[in-house]
Design a protein around this ligand. Sequence first.
Ligand SMILES: *Cc1c(COP(=O)(O)O)cnc(C)c1O
Length: 381
Amino acid sequence: MSLAKTYGMRGIELVRGSGALVYDLEGNEYVDCTAGVGVVLLGHAHPELTRAISEQTQRLVTCYGIFDNDVRNEFARRFEAVTPGNLNTFFLSNSGSESVECALKLVRRYTGRTEVVAMSRAFHGRTLGALSAIWKPAYRKAFEPLVPGFSHVKYGDSEGLRNVVSESTAAVIVEPVQGEAGVVLPPEGYLQEVREICNESGALLIFDEVQSFGRTGNYFAAQTFGVTPDIACVAKGVAGGVPMGVTASTEEIFSALGVGEHGSTFGGNPLSCAAGIATLNVLQSENLIERGAEMGQRLLAGLRKIENESIREVRGIGAMVALEARFPCGGALKSCMENGVLVLASGRNVMRFLPPLVISEEQVDTVIEVVRSSLNANSTA
Ligand SMILES: *Cc1c(COP(=O)(O)O)cnc(C)c1O
């Protein structure tokens, strides 16, 4: 067997999940604060999602975009009801990177400009266009030359942005909450200022909500912060774990893309769309967006109470939480795993928690306790 060695392997083999729990080959149980990088908003194997997927496989799995499809149209109607502003037109794809690629092509076509301003520590995906927008030299450097026209300014610094955005700027792309950077929150008023700077220069504003979708106490962080972008990119949790990307914009902006100028073989397939509808249904019927945010706040408060000198900061919003240590936390992540809690890393020093929104209070408390003991066991070494 041979798989490309592009992932830092954790050394366990996961075979099954239920709610906020996953199980490895040996039957060990873990509280899953990775959720597949924040993907399974409804938890693993949610019965309603499982049923929707299973039923759709018996009707129609694939349907190329040249044909209309009942489930795809229904997803679009349902999604429109939760999007901010008049972002009522969607291009459907299969991943976050693809949702960003579509946005990058769209802004060129609509504005006739080619420059894009992105942020320090931004993450937008691994395809060459998205990679050009991300910041981390370790991800980019080896793949240059990338797509021309991208520049980066400091996230959170609106004056810096104002100095760079001009009449040649097609778009500013920003994660309203920076996920991969370690759950970095926008300073007060920052996103409003970014919106104004775009308005003044005619640049479009792209919010990359691939990670924040459903996690900030609203469907979109745009709603949480009261700022509406021209384009929103969504993926990760939107279909509850089934691959799906959505690029959402206005009808007017999307009218700039003509027939044949963009497309996707799998994008908008009925299987993903059925999963997307079930996900939206359950988010609403189980009040999960609010509940997940409450669980995130419980986690945040619990982590803040841990007394350990190695903690630099605990921060978060809704169900996006991070603990930044003063030292590399690989050892603590490993002890967490050995004690039944899976946590993501952001860089070397940050533990990141993106739990399923169905996580229970008891499970949150277990996470807090295991993180406490893992930090204590590793910080003195
Ligand atoms: C994960 C992520 C992406 C890339 O998504 P893929 O599905 O891995 O292509 C893009 N933007 C943000 C903000 C992300 O968190």
